[in-house]
Design a protein around this ligand. Structure first.
Ligand code: FAD
Length: 395
């Protein structure tokens, strides 16, 4: 009877434990999580949970029935790969197979630490601390116009808060999307009544105010920092498990790490994508759902196909449903379906005549069809693709 220990009880860790049982693993499964709460899903934290429309987003998983030994409020501190022991705040835990699923942690704003009224949005505790900010309709300053910043601004506007979003780049989502695609999204902020200030940096945060590098001073009943996240892997320093430049655990195409019988999955790990010819570090939900099946297959002794998904994620912002599939770096052509100033449109990226990525705003059917076309690598007819009245099809 073998012992699998999974570290991190978020989406990736929970799905790994569940997939092990689904794939017939009969050994011991121990799931260790630092947070005290019953494992929960994160996307609702910036949506329904924040607005108080949902009390919780706990996963609907019966750990006991599945024979999963869930240890909450327990933090992994170090791994001794030679001895196959995980050291935790509750003592050493021996393993035969270890799965790293510690996710990511938000990047903090330098100088803002410890200033009252400054928030991050990653955990259930964060969301619970932010609920009264919305309920009391405080003026909020959001630092960063990325996915989290946009979703928080959306919820705060819905709650009736005055919202100013400060972004150092010249547009929203600068790290994620090319300028011409992100540009139309800037108008969404104004449409919702939020003020977006681009090209300015936060100089300092004081209790009740944010001072910008252009000299302006914004009153802030609360400050929400959404400037990115980084793999939660500091605790692996000295373990000998290889990390990449972003602190990502370097997994191979079967999600194995550099240490024997140690796997990594979800937001904490990167993997080489053959499809896109580069290593991918993905901080999205679907990757934390798909990766665990590959890990479990390894553990039960199969040789799984290379983990090389078409990445997918969605975002709900300013009344729009935004979906993205694929990876557009390396595309040679950008095609629009529909008018980006309108309510629904899609951008397609091609390389050598084949679809490699698409972004759909309010066009879920484009997304579903496009995702399959990316998957299959079918050659596309650009004229047909650019006609939003015709379904996304190859010929
Ligand atoms: P996590 O969810 O971060 O879970 C890791 C867990 O490991 C955490 O509970 C952490 O406490 C624990 N842990 C860390 N270190 C240790 C340690 N040393 N010992 C023990 N436990 C440890 N994605 C989308 O595609 N669409 C969305 O709309 C969307 N919305 C989001 C909204 C919010 C507010 C956030 C924060 C994320 C959102 N995401 C969204 C991203 C998605 O939630 C993540 O990609 C997903 O949660 C990753 O799962 P994970 O299990 O890898 O990591």
């Amino acid at each position: 009877p073998r012992r699998v220990v999974v570290v991190g009880a978020g989406m990736a860790g929970v799905q790994t434990a569940v997939a092990l049982r689904e794939q017939g693993f009969t050994g011991t499964v121990t799931l260790i999580g630092a947070e005290p709460h019953q494992p929960y899903d994160r996307p609702p934290l910036s949506k329904a949970v924040l607005l108080g429309k949902a009390e919780s987003s706990a996963f609907d998983v019966d750990f006991e029935t599945l024979g999963i030994d869930l240890r909450l409020g327990c933090e992994a501190l170090a791994v001794r790969t030679g001895a196959r022991v995980l050291d935790t705040s509750a003592g050493p835990v021996p393993y035969d197979t270890l799965v790293l699923a510690t996710g990511a942690e938000p990047i903090r704003l330098p100088g803002a630490e410890g200033v009252p009224g400054v928030h991050l949005l990653r955990t259930l505790d964060d969301a619970e601390r932010l609920r009264p900010v919305l309920a009391e309709q405080r003026d909020v300053v959001v630092v960063g116009a990325g996915w989290i910043g946009a979703e928080f601004a959306t919820a705060a506007r819905e709650a009736g808060c005055a919202v100013t979003v400060v972004e150092a780049a010249d547009r929203p989502l600068a790290g994620a999307l090319p300028a011409e695609v992100a540009a139309p999204m800037a108008a969404w902020y104004a449409d919702s009544g939020a003020e977006l200030r681009t090209g300015v940096r936060v100089e300092r945060v004081e209790p009740g105010a944010v001072v910008l590098d252009d000299g302006s001073r914004l009153a802030a009943g609360a400050v929400v920092v959404g400037i990115g996240a980084r793999p939660a892997t500091d605790w692996l320093a000295g373990s000998g498990i290889e990390l990449g430049a972003h602190g990502d655990v370097l997994a191979d195409d079967r999600l194995r790490t550099s240490a024997p019988d140690v796997y990594a999955v979800g937001d904490c790990a990167s993997f080489p994508s053959r499809r896109y010819g580069q290593r991918l570090l993905i901080h999205h939900w679907d990757n934390a759902l798909q990766g665990p099946r590959t890990v479990a297959a390894n553990v039960v002794g199969q040789v799984p196909a290379a983990y090389d998904p078409v990445p997918y994620f969605w975002s709900e912002q300013f009344g729009r449903f935004v979906q993205y599939a694929g990876h557009h770096a390396g595309a040679d052509t950008t095609l629009w379906r529909g008018d980006p100033s309108g309510a629904a449109w899609t951008v397609c990226w091609l390389r050598e005549g084949r679809l490699v990525a698409l972004l759909a705003v309010g066009r879920p059917r484009d997304l579903a069809q496009g995702r399959r076309l990316i998957e299959s690598g079918t050659p596309m007819d650009p004229d047909r693709l650019a006609d939003p009245a015709r379904p996304l099809k190859a010929a």
